[in-house]
Design a binder for this molecule. Structure first.
Ligand code: UD1
Length: 340
């Protein structure tokens, strides 16, 4: 059976993708240095799938150990590369750490893929590459805007590194997946998002505030040019997102890709404001979330949502879950974390 190497496989999107790969019949191998995830995630995956995936605690920048890993699993046919640092604010403070982690790991992987004749890679990119798009919904042909943070820059640079490498090597195939805003957790509540310290992203902050762990949510700005003045994003269920990776891997293995490097937006096509998310969360859970409107957060985009037509029509993937069920899944995961 074909094995997929999942870097960052104990992370938020990585762990949900490992579950969907196993459910679809793939063998996997996880590599993660646990810098922003927990080894217990493997228990959650095992509970859901009945299989404990092989795990290697290696930094993807570590060429020798990564080389050994590829040697240990000669049946690897594709790599899904999630492993990366992802906090926008931290990347502004520690740009070199971000460039080394995010760019170095991709270079190491691509070098070793060539050595070990692994020809397929799925890369975790982000809608951040579009900046504030001129046209909404934004499709894959929209121009790439100057990055607003070192984190965003690593996504742009990595997309270019993959394109250049593919250009030089006709055997290499890549699918770049540009995620919008992943939220929610597995419906079993066995795996979910595990933010390190104070959450920077909206949903984990909402669920922690609902749980009483945080005093109040700060809503960053209500003076944007949107219906209620708060920012708009395209929130996508993490299991839906995970399933797109399985489709992408299958597409490459079945040699169905029409270009050597393909790009797909992964979003729902629907934009929701911060206040809409908050009010829907309160409605479906019946739990209050104290909040305060504060000033804008530096670097925030006013509004962005996807045109997912290409993923729908070419990849044959479509987001299925409702935002209500997705918000409930995030809450059930939070309750599980609190031992309820
Ligand atoms: C950000 C990055 C994105 C990155 C993602 C990774 C920017 C512009 N985008 O997405 O590139 O892939 O993080 O984690 O930096 N909000 C609040 N209060 C909070 C937290 C968030 O009001 O406590 C608002 C934000 O202003 C924003 C929305 O909620 O409007 C979503 O924020 P967040 O979850 O941080 O995601 P992005 O900023 O969209």
């Amino acid at each position: 059976m074909a094995r997929v190497l999942v870097t960052g496989g104990t992370g938020y999107i990585g762990s949900h993708t490992v579950v969907e790969l196993i459910n679809a019949g793939y063998d996997v191998a996880i590599v993660d240095n646990l810098s922003n995830s927990n080894i217990n995630v493997l228990d959650g995956i095992e509970k859901i799938c009945g299989v404990r995936p092989p795990f290697e605690n290696i930094d993807c920048n570590d060429y020798e150990n990564m080389d050994r890993l590829f040697g240990k699993y000669p049946d690897i046919v594709a790599v899904i590369h999630f492993a990366a640092s992802k906090a926008v604010g931290e990347s502004v403070e520690k740009p070199l750490m971000y460039y080394r982690n995010n760019i170095g790991s991709l270079i190491t992987l691509l070098e070793l893929m060539k050595v070990h004749k692994v020809q397929n890679i799925v890369f975790s990119s982000s809608c951040t590459v579009y900046g504030q798009p001129d046209i909404l919904p934004v499709d894959e042909n929209a121009p790439i805007k100057p990055a607003l943070s070192p984190y965003g820059n690593t996504k742009q640079i990595n997309e270019e590194i993959i394109r250049d490498t593919a250009h030089s090597d006709s055997n290499l195939h890549a699918i770049l997946l540009r995620y919008f805003n992943p939220i929610g957790a597995h419906p079993s509540a066995e795996i979910g998002e595990l933010p390190n310290g104070v959450p920077q992203n909206l949903l984990p902050f909402v669920t922690q505030t609902a749980a009483g762990l945080r005093k109040e949510l700060k809503v960053f700005g209500n003076d944007y040019n949107t219906s209620d003045g708060s920012c708009i994003r395209d929130y996508i269920n993490v299991v839906d997102l995970a399933k797109a990776h399985v489709v992408a891997v299958r597409r490459m293995l079945d040699k169905k890709a029409t270009e050597q490097v393909e790009v797909f937006n992964l979003g729902t096509g629907r934009g929701l404001s911060v206040l809409e998310i908050l009010n829907t969360f309160i409605k479906v859970t019946g739990v209050n979330v104290p909040y305060q409107i504060v000033g804008r957060r530096e670097g925030d985009i006013e509004k962005v949502w996807a045109n997912p037509d290409k993923a729908n029509n070419v990849l044959g993937w479509k987001a299925q879950e409702t935002v209500e069920d997705t918000l409930l899944s995030a809450w059930h995961w939070q309750e599980k974390l609190m031992g309820k």
